[in-house]
Write a protein that binds this ligand. Structure first.
Ligand SMILES: [Zn+2]
Length: 334
C-alpha cells in the first residue's frame, strides 16, 4: 500500500513539476508544432492565433497578455506577418525574449510594393530548416542542461523536412509543365512555387487585409480560361466565396483546401508542419495532374509516438489510482 502511495505521489509531483519547464509561446500553430517537435517534453508550448484563424487579421485578447507574461521565449516570423504583436508585447510589459525565425532567410520582395516582403517563408521546407535551427538554438541558450537533447531532436526533425522536400519535388513532377499553375485565395505560395517550379497567382496580396481588386479577379479569370487550368484552391483561413465564384464562372473546379497561415485541426492530415506541406502537395498534385491516381501520392502516416506515450502514462496513473482505491476499500475494518 505504501509503495502504491509513493508511486501516486511521484506521478503527481511529476505533473506538478511541469510548470517549471521553459515556457515557449509561438505566434501561430506552425512554429508551435516545430517547437514541440524540437523541444519534446522538455518545454511547454502555447500559441496565440488559434487553429483556423487568419493571423493577418488577428485581434489579440486578454488571455494573450497572460500568455506573453508567462513566456520565456516568443517565436516570431517577422517580415510584417504579425502586425499586432508589437502592441501586445508593449502592453504586456513582459520580459520574454523574441526569436526571429526568419533570421538567415532571404525574403521574397513584393514586386508591386517597394520594400514589402512576403512573410510566408515557411511554405518552403528548406526555409523550414532555418526556422527549426533558430528554434533549437534559442532553446539550447534558454535551457543549456538539455542542449544535447535539443540538438538530437533537431537532427531528426531536419531529416523529416528533407524527406518532405523530396516528396514534394516528385509529386509536382506528375503535373505536366503547362499545368503547373497554382491559383489560391491569398499570396502565400511564392516560396513554395519558387522552390518547386509552380507559377503562383492569387486574388489577394501577401496579406489578407485589402479588398480584392477587380483587375486581379478579371486577370485570373482570363488565365484560367486561356490556359484551361483544371483546378483552383481555397484556403483554410480564408472565406472561400470568391474562389467558388471564380470556379463556377470559369468552368474550373475547386481542387481542395490548402493550409498556409494555420495548421489543420488536431487529428487531420495537416495537423503538423510536415503534414501540412504533404497535405497541400497531395491536393495540388492530384487536382492539377488530373490522373485520378490519388493513392499514388498519398504519403504513409507516421504513428505519433509522443502522443502514444502520453496516453500510456495517463492510463498508468489512472490504473494506479484505481488500484489504490480498490485496496483501501477492501482493507478489513479493525
Ligand atoms: Zn498569409
Amino acid at each position: 500500500m505504501v509503495r502504491i502511495c509513493i508511486l501516486l505521489l511521484t506521478a503527481f509531483a511529476m505533473s506538478a513539476n511541469a510548470s517549471t519547464k521553459p515556457q515557449v509561446l509561438a505566434t501561430v500553430s506552425i512554429w508551435a508544432d516545430m517547437a514541440r517537435a524540437i523541444g519534446g517534453d522538455f518545454i511547454e508550448v502555447e500559441m496565440i492565433v488559434p487553429i483556423g484563424s487568419d493571423p493577418h487579421l488577428y485581434e489579440s485578447t486578454p488571455s494573450d497578455l497572460r500568455k506573453v507574461n508567462r513566456a520565456d521565449l516568443i517565436l516570431v516570423n517577422g517580415l510584417t506577418f504579425e502586425g499586432w504583436l508589437e502592441k501586445l508585447i508593449r502592453s504586456s510589459g513582459g520580459q520574454a525574449r523574441q526569436v526571429l525565425l526568419t533570421e538567415g532567410i532571404e525574403p521574397i520582395y513584393n514586386p508591386e510594393f517597394k520594400n514589402a516582403t512576403d512573410p510566408h517563408a515557411w511554405m518552403d521546407p528548406n526555409n523550414g530548416i532555418v526556422y527549426a535551427q533558430n528554434i533549437a538554438r534559442a532553446l539550447a541558450a534558454l535551457d543549456p542542461d538539455h542542449a544535447d537533447q535539443y540538438r538530437t531532436r533537431l537532427e531528426n526533425y531536419l531529416g523529416d523536412l528533407r524527406v518532405v522536400d523530396a516528396y514534394i519535388r516528385s509529386a509536382v513532377e506528375r503535373i505536366s509543365p503547362e499545368k503547373r499553375v497554382l491559383i489560391t485565395s491569398h499570396d502565400a505560395f511564392h516560396y513554395y512555387g519558387r522552390r518547386y517550379g509552380l507559377e503562383v497567382k492569387s486574388l489577394l496580396g501577401t496579406s489578407t487585409e485589402a479588398d480584392v481588386p477587380s483587375g486581379s479577379f478579371l486577370e485570373i479569370a482570363r488565365l484560367i480560361r486561356e490556359r484551361s487550368i483544371p483546378a483552383i484552391f481555397i484556403e483554410s483561413t480564408i472565406n472561400p466565396k470568391l474562389m467558388r465564384q471564380l470556379s463556377t464562372e470559369n468552368n474550373t473546379r475547386i481542387g481542395g483546401k490548402l493550409y498556409a497561415d494555420s495548421l489543420g485541426e488536431e487529428g487531420s492530415s495537416a495537423s503538423t508542419y510536415t503534414g501540412m506541406l504533404r497535405s497541400n502537395t497531395e491536393v495540388i498534385a492530384n487536382a492539377l495532374a488530373g490522373d485520378g491516381a490519388e493513392t499514388r501520392t498519398r504519403s504513409p502516416k507516421r504513428p505519433d509516438t509522443s502522443r502514444g506515450l502520453m496516453i500510456f502514462a495517463a492510463g498508468l496513473i489512472l490504473a494506479l489510482m484505481f488500484a489504490a482505491f480498490f485496496l483501501l476499500a477492501k482493507k478489513p475494518k479493525q
